[in-house]
Design a protein around this ligand. Sequence first.
Ligand code: DUC
Ligand code: ZN
Ligand code: ZN
Length: 490
Amino acid sequence: MEFDLIVRNGIIVNPTDRIVGQDVGIKDGVILCIGSNLQSANPANTRILDCEGAFITPGGIDTHVHLEQWNTPTGDTWVTGTRSAICGGTTTVVAFASQNREHDTVLPIVEEYGALAQGRSYCDYAYHLILTNPTKKIIEEELPILVKEKGITSVKLYMTYDPLKLADRQILDIMVATRKLGVTTMVHAENHDMIAFIIETLLERGMTEPYHHAVSRPSIAEAEATFRAISMAELMDTPILLVHISSQNSARTIRDAQTRLLPIYAETCPQYLWLLSDRLKGDNFEGAKAVCSPPPRDSAEDTDAIWRGIANGTFTTFSSDHAATKFYTEGGKRLGIIDGKPLFTKIPNGLPGLETRLPLLFKGVEEGRITIHDFVRVACSNPAKLYGLSRKGAILPGKDADLCIWYPDGKMEPFQLDNSMLHHDIDYTPYEGMTFKNWPRYTLLRGQVVWDRDNKGLVGNVGDGKYNKRTASTLPGPRSVFVNEWRPPM
Ligand code: DUC
Ligand code: ZN
Ligand code: ZN
């Protein structure tokens, strides 16, 4: 067998196993085999990449990314967001095409959003659909077309935000359809009315600082909606993925449902491991830099529980929820300053995090909080399985040769993160000043080196990324065999 590239002398990591002393043979962008001393049977000029004993993980898959959505005008574009993805070891992103309430069809929305990505992505990509007005026609006629023709096999639903939120009845109607179609249903679970009530009370009392954003969205609001979403999913026997889970409270509820073998999946994000709500305090409106929803929680009790949830399998996926907004630019986070005074309700929600996602999770491996296999499971393999990215997520023959190669111990000079080191188009990072002892050294997208940190850095090109038509989830689905017809519980 002849290869285009042989990756050697590394520790190949998959979710359950690691392979030492073997090479990865790559041809035409695909992993052809894993075997010993592949070099010996190849021409002397075959390209070799020596990992010097470091971990080789699958390329990262970030399945919760907001790029170029109408409601984040100062955020990253497909070009800048995916550029930062590959520089942080991520080779596939799944972003969001979003329906507005007034749209009574979603097919053109998906076309328009797809056009924005085409030729403008550094990494492979796909998108979910956010449903805000699920008409009968959309559910019964358009979703099947999206699944079959476009390979869009996931939708996101909101239980909060006036322009986005769905009533429970609408969620139930969607669940019947998604279960039948094998579509993964993502749910943003926060209790809308609890939040609205607290906001009103805070504003009446003049409590309008960025920190009050965190006060307005307590973990009980997330936990209640999480329980309700799980209850609806149980009734409809529909697999769901609870996005961006931030608290111990919700993690327990999810764990309990999983213990009962319900097909309940959950996602968490770096901000719920590394940030606490006191980061929303500070002079000069600095706290706005950490305003996201759900907010970071108050104490290490929650961050510790989230780390444990990754280790014990409660969390299926680990995503960035990259929903970036600039801080110093007009139309960005400072929209939350009105007549010189803060008003937290006007601060655009969300954080940048595509490029820092994997290094922040890898710190958990270094600190012994999770294993390297947990890392691969939540950041690469499970995202591929849950969202039907069948060519991705593992270092196995036949899979795309998407790889992230780390530094061997002691090889990389530890550094303190400075936003200027990152490749997004955002003027801050919430992780400024944090020390990193490792970082993706090389990123390979379908066998091509696209990030070479020590030699030129970014070496991939815009337009390298290809659209991935997805299949249904391969994780356990509905428990009933009668997926085409919902039957009342009796
Ligand atoms: N939900 C998201 O998924 N991302 C950003 C903000 C939000 O509320
Ligand atoms: Zn959300
Ligand atoms: Zn999001």
